[in-house]
Every structure is written in structure tokens, then in C-alpha cells.
Design a protein around this ligand. Structure first.
Ligand SMILES: C[S@@+](CC[C@H](N)C(=O)[O-])C[C@H]1O[C@@H](n2cnc3c(N)ncnc32)[C@H](O)[C@@H]1O
Length: 268
């Protein structure tokens, strides 16, 4: 494997807790495999029209997909008639997303490489909605950075805009509960996803593909109520949190993922 294709975590991978590192984690060979991990058809089936419905209910037309990845949501939203600008900090991801745009809908994606920390410097205009999906916000390690990023998202929204941001259920993970189900998000059968190390400041996940290749992602274990609090402190007025796309999940049901729908419109 060429040097540029290797993920580099150094001698102590659990010491890597920096926001900048995400760009080095999404090496080209991992990006090439990302769609095996998520399996577009199964993922579309598992989430249904959840995001499309929420956006339509709020009259959203222009959407900024800030964590485009390989383009799954950008393409779904374009196919549903939204205008989408596709942002990501990783050029490898955007290249793949561009290919997928053509492959899955004949779209020429409007892509923009930008880091969330200085989003408004690089992305002009305001949007009706921002989507930050696929457990992406977890790549941010510093609290000041999280606040800055949420403030950048807030600024890039129109006065009545909505931010939809999701995350893994780290509350459960921190309590030692992990479900490796392929029901949501990572729906592909050709890969096993396991947490290799978990503490209050790091969740390091291992992705074993059935072709024998292995990749890792180092992420910050965001607790659900902490994310909600940051959103509220940055100015979002109403935040609804869904568990695995359900509003009323049972008390005894531990969702794999949470989805926060945060509205900017001022409420007395
Ligand atoms: C876990 S992937 C999710 C991709 C896609 N949304 C999905 O669900 O398949 C996270 C994405 O967020 C991007 N990302 C992480 N931190 C970022 C940052 N600070 N600025 C811009 N993009 C970032 C990564 O490059 C990557 O494409």
C-alpha cells in the first residue's frame, strides 16, 4: 500500500485526539470502501424519508450538506428536489461524492471543500437548512471548537433555518453497551465495526472489511444532553432529539444513533 494510502496514528493511537486529524483518517483507500460500509440501498430503506419530511415540513428549499462524505444525503436530497451545496473538509470524500452524484442521479454536485471551523469564510450565503449527518460532529475534539462550529452553522442559516445533526449513542457506549447491528447508518454486510478503545475523551473505532483491510477512526464520545446543551447555548431555540429516527423511543430501548433537529426561529 502506498504511503499516502496508510492511516497514520503514530506510536500511541489513543493519544490522537485532535480535530485536524480527520483529514488524515479518510485516506483514499478507506474512502473507496466507505460505500461498502454504509450500503446506500439498505441505508435509504432504514432511514426512510425522515430527513426529507423534516425539511419539507419546515419549507426548506436550499440545503447545505456540511458532512457530504461520499454524497449519500446530498444525492438523496437532490433526488427529492432540494437545492444542495455539498461541503466537506476532505477532498478525497468530495471526489467520491462527485462521482456518486453522477452515478446515482445524473447530478453535477455543487461541491466546496471547507472546514467547519471557518465555514462562513469559505461558503457564501445563507441556507434554509444544514445537515451534518453520519456521526460527523464527533470528529471535533475541543469544546471551544464545537461551540465555534455550531456558531458557524447558526450563522449560515436563515433566521428560521434548521440544523439537523446526528450522533452515535455514546452515552450507551460509555456505559459499556455497544450494539454492532447493521440496522442503521452502517448497513453494509461486508464490514465489522467495533469500538477498540473508549474513555471519556476518545472513542476509537475499528472497521474490519471482509477483504482483510482494517481502518480506524478516532472520535470524541459526545453525550446526547451535552450536544443539546451546546446547541441551545449557541442560540438554537427548540431542539428535538430522536432515537433511531423515532420521537418516542421506549425507555428500555437503547438507540444506536440520536438525531437532533435544532430550530433557529426565535421563540418567546
Ligand atoms: C463519518 S463521515 C460521514 C459522511 C457522510 N455524512 C455519511 O453519513 O456517510 C464524516 C465526514 O465529516 C467530514 N469532516 C469531519 N470533520 C470535519 C471538519 N472539521 N470540517 C469539514 N468536514 C469534516 C469528514 O471529512 C467526513 O467526510
Amino acid at each position: 500500500m502506498a504511503e499516502s494510502e496508510k492511516q497514520l496514528f503514530g506510536e500511541d493511537p489513543t493519544a490522537v485526539r485532535e480535530t485536524d486529524h480527520y483529514a488524515m483518517e479518510y485516506v483514499r483507500s478507506f474512502v473507496e470502501k466507505w460505500d461498502d460500509l454504509i450500503d446506500w440501498d439498505s441505508r435509504a430503506e432504514s432511514e426512510g424519508d425522515f430527513f426529507i419530511q423534516h425539511l419539507k415540513e419546515r419549507g426548506a428549499r436550499e440545503v447545505l450538506d456540511v458532512a457530504t462524505g461520499t454524497g449519500f444525503h446530498s444525492v438523496r436530497l437532490l433526488n427529492a428536489g432540494f437545492e444542495v451545496v455539498s461541503v466537506d473538509g476532505s477532498p478525497q470524500m468530495l471526489t467520491k461524492a462527485f462521482e456518486n452524484g453522477q452515478k446515482y442521479g445524473g447530478h453535477i454536485l455543487r461541491t466546496c471543500q471547507a472546514d467547519w471551523r471557518w465555514l462562513c469564510r469559505d461558503v457564501r450565503g445563507q441556507y434554509d437548512a444544514i445537515v451534518c449527518l453520519g456521526n460527523s460532529f464527533t470528529h471535533v475534539f475541543g469544546e471551544r471548537e464545537r461551540r465555534k462550529i455550531l456558531a458557524e452553522f447558526y450563522a449560515a442559516l436563515r433566521h428560521d433555518g434548521v440544523l439537523i445533526l446526528d450522533q452515535r449513542n455514546y452515552d450507551a457506549l460509555l456505559e459499556g453497551k455497544y450494539s454492532g447491528s447493521h440496522d442503521y447508518y452502517y448497513c453494509g454486510d461486508g464490514v465489522d465495526v467495533e469500538p477498540e478503545h473508549v474513555d471519556e475523551g476518545l472513542a476509537r473505532f475499528r472497521y474490519d472489511f471482509h477483504d482483510g483491510s482494517t481502518y480506524y477512526l478516532n472520535m470524541f464520545p459526545l453525550k446526547k444532553d451535552y450536544t443539546r446543551r451546546l446547541m441551545s447555548e449557541v442560540g438554537f431555540q427548540r431542539i428535538e432529539t430522536y432515537g433511531d429516527f423515532r420521537e418516542n423511543y421506549r425507555e428500555d430501548y437503547e438507540p444506536d444513533f440520536f438525531i437532533h433537529v435544532a430550530e433557529k426561529a426565535y421563540q418567546e
